[in-house]
Design a protein around this ligand. Structure first.
Ligand code: PEP
Ligand code: MG
Length: 614
């Protein structure tokens, strides 16, 4: 097939780029012996060892339901047409996020949809009396198998491409086949290798079976990366298409601190990696021993430390990590995970279960933040040129009462049952948005005769930080979303791996916006929390406390280290530190102020990425 051989120039360039990245010094664990290495971007810290499971290449049990050629041909044609449209959207999106170079993977995949050899083979199988899905799948497997058998890495990668695009068509022909391989993981811990993972795929991973994740695409601040951190799964993203050619069953080590994947390492190196994991576990255990105690600075000031948790069944783990409440419940995942819009009753059940699981501890529920990288396919929202600058978060809620009202009704019904519940609106840019949303809250509260609850907003847009004083008149509290605030302040797409190391929430511009926000809130006696990734970085948490932030909410696993760090200083020291940080010239200069970091703890790109600790 012509398309199968057409990307070698790009692959050469990729290899050169990978060599440059690979030459960068590694802090932390590294093997002593030669091993094949793939370099990507660190997305979730830690080392993981497992056998490779390539998602796109998983075996599928496709039922054979014969159809006549006319019906089968029409079904295949329609499925190819829909997949072409999806691929076009994917190419456009990847071009915007990563550049045309990376989108070429999907351009080549899309060309495979027009391959006459492939389509003819599928039709021949239908003529022989086989079902349309079966025929398509077997045609793809036969041709992909031929490529893979040639032992040429370029053609092996094309086999993976063919299987990947083949799966997309198959999902159109029979939606029940769309996610089979994730449900079917082997029992031994695997390193999950995929071209990319959607947030809902990542959210539903079985952590007993998945030890680590390595994806060809993706960025370290995507929601998939955040979820990997939440799950404690070491993860490397943007490893390139070469990853997909890794032989399933091979042993691999994913280093989520240095952004490297080591394929088939020597036995001694496997042992030293196991020793390293054990050492990290011991360090963590020492911090965890103290995690149940509050974070009180040496001069007696308490900083509230909460957890970012989306589901009631995650609450007990968050509390055992030392979480004092839930500072951010991202409700869009209810929509992503369900595959359909949960109605008011279903939402009520979940919010009530969250309140009950928290047993008197505070819960901040964020109203739906759909848009940007959190696309919910079943809502069929219009495609946007720049989704991060489009109808996202509060902007969507204001346009879609069918989404806003059931959520508010469910929340106020849950509030009637008692428990310290607060509602928070995402992506507020201007006071009028908050005023209108508050008014709708009040109407619904009155209709239901429910108690008033605190209504806060996320500070994620520089405009909101700058206008904090005005917004504080109308908001009961602020929670700073440093992931988006960094993205919008620095004009860096949070999913762009090329710029990941520059998208640092410790950039003095971001810190100054947070300082302005605290000042504005104080003018009206409001409190300020932070629920973006910076809150979960121990050094970031220290600076935030010094800036006057009084609540920090983070992925539960980050809690013990953050609490340990806050206890080592006085608030007066932290204020001095924050003062220096505000006047620093760059994020690197801010990081250089960190003299109390543990020298033995690996610090990789994941710790430097703005959201890596979410
Ligand atoms: C943020 O932007 O920092 C945040 C917490 O929201 P999300 O990551 O869900 O966009
Ligand atoms: Mg956000």
């Amino acid at each position: 097939m012509r398309t199968a051989r057409s990307l070698s120039a790009r692959e050469k360039r990729d290899a050169e780029r990978a060599e440059e990245k690979a030459a960068a010094p590694i802090h932390g664990w590294k093997p002593e012996h030669e091993a094949e290495m793939v370099t990507g971007v660190a997305a979730s810290p830690g080392l993981a060892i497992g056998t490779v499971h390539v998602l796109a290449a998983a075996e599928l049990d496709v039922p054979d339901t014969p159809v006549d050629l006319v019906t089968g041909g029409a079904e295949l044609d329609a499925a190819l047409g829909t997949t072409r449209a999806h691929m076009k959207a994917l190419i456009d999106d990847t071009t915007r996020r990563l550049g045309a170079g990376d989108a070429a993977i999907f351009t080549a995949q899309a060309e495979l949809l027009d391959d006459t050899d492939l389509i003819t083979l599928a039709c021949q199988m239908m003529v022989e009396g086989h079902g349309v899905a079966w025929s398509w799948h077997n045609a793809v497997e036969r041709i992909a198998g031929r490529f893979a058998a040639l032992g040429n890495p370029v053609l092996a990668a094309r086999a993976a491409d063919l299987r990947d695009v083949g799966r997309r068509v198959l999902a159109q022909l029979d939606p029940s086949l769309s996610n089979g391989s994730l449900a079917d993981l082997p029992d031994t811990p695997v390193i999950l290798v995929a071209s990319d993972l959607s947030p809902s795929d990542t959210a539903t991973l079985d952590t007993e079976r998945v030890a680590g994740i390595a994806t060809a695409l993706g960025g370290p601040t995507s929601h998939s990366a955040i979820l990997a951190r939440t799950l404690g799964l070491p993860s490397v993203v943007a490893g390139g298409a070469k990853l997909l050619a890794t032989r399933p069953g091979t042993t691999a080590i994913v280093d989520g601190d240095s952004g490297r994947i080591w394929i088939d390492p020597a036995a001694q190196d496997l042992q030293s990696a196991r020793d390293w994991i054990a050492k990290l576990d011991r360090q963590r255990a020492a911090q965890e021993a103290e995690r149940g105690k509050p974070a009180i600075t040496s001069d007696g000031v308490r900083i509230e430390v909460s957890a970012n948790v989306n589901r009631p069944d995650q609450v007990s783990f968050a509390m055992t990590q030392g979480g004092e409440g839930v500072g951010l419940m991202r409700t869009e995942f209810l929509f992503l995970e369900a595959g359909e819009t949960p109605d008011e009753d279903a939402q009520y059940g979940i919010y009530r279960a969250m309140i009950d699981a928290l047993d008197g501890r505070p819960l901040i529920v964020r109203a739906l933040d759909i848009g940007g990288d959190k696309q919910v396919p079943h809502l069929a929202l219009p495609q946007e040129e720049n989704p991060f600058l489009g109808v996202r978060g509060a902007r969507l809620l204001l346009r879609r009462p069918d989404l806003l009202d059931p959520q508010l009704r469910a929340l106020y019904r849950a509030a009637k049952g008692g428990g310290p519940l607060s509602i928070m609106f995402p992506m507020i840019t201007s006071a009028w948005e908050l005023i209108r949303l508050r008014a709708r809250c009040e109407e619904i509260r009155a209709e239901l005769n429910a108690p008033a609850v605190p209504i806060g907003i996320m500070i994620e847009v520089p405009a909101a930080a700058v206008q904090a004083r005005v917004l504080a008149e109308h908001a009961d509290f602020f929670s700073v979303g440093t992931n988006d605030l960094t993205q919008y302040a620095l004009a860096i797409d949070r999913q762009n791996p090329e710029l990941a190391s520059e998208a640092d929430s410790l950039h003095p511009a971001v810190l100054n916006l947070i300082a302005t926000c605290v000042e504005g809130a104080r003018a009206h006696g409001r409190w300020v929390g932070v629920c973006g990734g910076l809150a979960g970085d121990p050094f970031g948490a220290a600076i935030l406390a010094g800036l006057g932030v009084t609540e920090l909410s983070m992925t539960p696993r980050d809690i013990p280290a953050v609490k340990a760090r806050l206890r080592t200083s006085s608030l007066a020291d932290l204020e001095t530190l924050a003062g220096h940080a505000l006047h620093a010239a760059s994020a690197d200069d801010v990081r250089a102020l960190d003299r109390k970091g543990s020298p033995t703890e690996p610090h990789g790109a994941a710790n430097e990425a703005q959201d890596a600790t979410a």
